[in-house]
Structure formats: C-alpha cells, structure tokens
Ligand binder design. Sequence first.
Ligand code: SAM
Length: 298
Amino acid sequence: MPTEPTPGTLYIVGTPIGNLEDITFRAVRILQTVDTIAAEDTRHTGNLLQHFQIKASQLSYHDHNYQSRIPELIEQLSQGKAIALVTDAGTPGISDPGYDLVKACIAAGFPVVPIPGPSAAIAALSASGLPTAQFVFEGFLPPKGQARQERLQAMQTESRTLVFYEAPHRLRPTLQDLEAVLGRERQLVLARELTKLYEEFWRGSIAEAIAYYRQREPQGEYTLVVAGLPPAKPQLTEAELKSELLQIMAQGVSRSQASRQLAKVTAHSRRQLYQLALSLPAPQQNPTEPSLTIQKLD
Ligand code: SAM
C-alpha cells in the first residue's frame, strides 16, 4: 500500500450514517491530509470535520454543480493534488453524487481509491434477517409515472432480496405499490434511523406494514429490505402424489394429516390431496413409530 494520500488520487470516503463513531481511522487520516475535500454539502461536512478537529479545504460537489466541478477537480488532480469525495452520509456514489466524478477520473487516468465506511443499504440488510447471499440494490424508486411502474413490475419475479431507500413522506405510497406488485404476504423489514438514538427494525408482511403506518406517521430515515419471491413449490403428477401420500400414511398418519403435510411442500392444495387420499387404501395405524418423512415435511 503506497503512502496515503498519494498525489493525483481521488479518495471515495465513507462517512457515518448517524453515529459518528462509525467513521474509520483511515477515513479520518485521509480527510486530515488530502488537499481538497469535495463535499455534497460543505456545511454538513463542516460539522463532521469540526467534530474530528480536521482543518481542510472544502469544495462543494453536488447534483446541481457536478458538471462544472468535474473539470476543476480533474485539473487539481493533474496538478498532483489529492482529493477526498464525501457526501452527507454513508458511501459516496450509492444513491449519492459521485458516479460521474469517478467515471471522469478513471477516463482521465487518475487512480480512484475507496475508503470503505458505512452504507445504510448494507447496514439494513446485514441485520434484516432476510437472505443476504444474493440481493438487489434498487436505490430510490422513480417517484411516479411509467418509470416507477416499470421498475416495480421488474421486481415481481425477483427471487433475490430487494433493498430500497425511501423518504419518510413517500413511505406509505411505496408500501401500497409494493403490495400491488408483490402481494400482501411478502415479508419486509423497515430499517429506520440506523445507528441513531431511535434505531428500529420493524419486521412483518407488507399488509401489516401498511396497517402499522395507518396508525402512525413515518418519521426519520428508512431503508426497506424486502424478501425475494420464494422458490416455486413443485407440481407433481397424480401418480407421484399418490405415492407420496401412501408413504406418509404408511407411518400411521391419517389421510387428512397426510394431505396437510404434503400441501405444505408441494403446489397442491390440501383439499385436492385429501380427495386423492380418499382413493387410497386406509392408512396402517402405527402411531408409536415416529416418521422420518413427516419430520422432514414439518
Ligand atoms: N450514500 C448513502 C449510503 O451509502 O447509505 C445513501 C444516501 S441516500 C441520498 C439517503 C437515503 O439513505 C435515505 O433517504 C434513506 O433511505 C437511507 N438512509 C440514510 N441514512 C439512513 C439511516 N441512518 N437509517 C436508515 N436509512 C438511511
């Protein structure tokens, strides 16, 4: 690892999403020693710098001035200056200004170095209790119109966990739209005010979340983590179903119970399975022996 900061380098510096203790030693050192800090909101970053007693030269870099700022920052890099990019909270470039600057620096041949830190999406996902092996980060949904509908529709068949950002005043309409597309029962986690005093993880179905927020006003910052589409249950042929039912019933289980067990793990209704079970020979009664098949199905 070369001595940091290296001249002519852009550092992408993660900053806290609430709790100031979440800044890294390396982030503090980089912010202390770069020539310029490009900040989304210089007043906001000023408070952070003051807290860590960092004296640094700041330049505003945000959604409304990035086009004119990029050539200025590239010019500074070409003079051998080191620059840190920060946003108001979390990791720059993640639903925050930054991507265009990173792209421009790479195109101009300047190194871009991440200084990893917090991100609300990863913090929410990591403690959500929903599957983390594969996930899709959706950022903010388009606020309305066809773009929003198209993004929502595209999620309908998504089996990976979905992560969204949402403003509190838009939480209710977003929950309604998610219900329309993903269904009432889909599980979700509302991660609110992460790392702050009123941090909260609310867990339940989309319908329950809608009911919950009918009673109270959404407040604070929210990250939504939504379960992906569960894997489809298998469709079996009639012969396969009969064979499965017979195996379960051979353990001394009643027709009704066997149908209930099999309905849990196949795409077939309990009623349909019970009708099939009625066409089979009566089960052998041997209730003292536990059934491996039944244990597995439970
Ligand atoms: N770049 C940031 C990151 O890496 O997390 C995200 C910036 S984005 C402009 C801001 C959104 O992130 C908020 O509207 C909210 O959805 C989410 N967010 C930020 N801080 C949060 C927190 N403390 N708790 C929950 N969500 C948060």
